[in-house]
Design a protein around this ligand. Structure first.
Ligand SMILES: [Zn+2]
Ligand SMILES: [Zn+2]
Ligand SMILES: [Zn+2]
Length: 179
């Protein structure tokens, strides 16, 4: 599952126009300034479909503008979460990764404890079953996230049988898989 091809460094592309509008509206609402750094962070975030940690996003942004600070990236990412453009995916160890939320369909994750690979899946059966279970408890679900922890085949068999999404696969790029 290769990463989506990189777009050239340019003004927000047409396909991201709505995302930028949402973001700028969020900034206005919270009386925050629209800055080229914040725009660059959003642009960089939108251009990758990987599940990124703050550090990974910071590294990507820094390649384009060395003057952007870590705190700016961190705070901007929080704004993206508030504006419902980004969603946090949490690990056992409290490490957070971020993925696109806007116009992305619901999915759940398999997480490799060895290499941190994240695999997205969607199961209508699981979705339906948990609605049923919640119903049995008189409970209404507003949100959920399944994080299924385990290991890529290469790790538990101690072989070089790497699935394409494994982050320890020779030649793998960091940032995780793409659905
Ligand atoms: Zn689900
Ligand atoms: Zn995901
Ligand atoms: Zn792996």
């Amino acid at each position: 599952m290769p990463e989506r091809p990189k777009r050239p460094d340019a003004a927000p592309s047409a396909s991201f126009r709505e995302e930028f509008e949402l973001f700028h509206r969020h900034l206005v609402k919270h009386r925050l300034k629209r800055t080229s750094q914040r725009d660059l962070i959003l642009q960089t975030f939108l251009e990758t479909e990987a599940h990124l940690s703050v550090e990974e996003l910071y590294d990507l942004v820094k390649r384009r503008d060395k003057t952007v600070g870590f705190t700016t990236v961190y705070r901007t990412l929080r704004l993206l979460v508030e504006a419902k453009l980004a969603r946090e995916v949490n690990f056992n160890d409290g490490r957070a990764r971020y993925e696109h939320e806007y116009k992305h369909d619901h999915h759940d994750h398999l997480i490799c404890t060895e290499c941190d690979a994240l695999v997205e899946f969607f199961s209508p059966d699981i979705e339906r079953l948990q609605e049923e279970i919640a119903g049995q408890y008189g409970f209404v679900i507003s949100d959920h996230s399944h994080r299924v922890f385990g290991m890529c085949k290469a790790h538990y068999t101690n072989s070089d049988d790497y699935p394409p999404y494994c982050r320890k696969r020779p030649g793998a790029t960091s940032g995780g898989e793409r659905r």
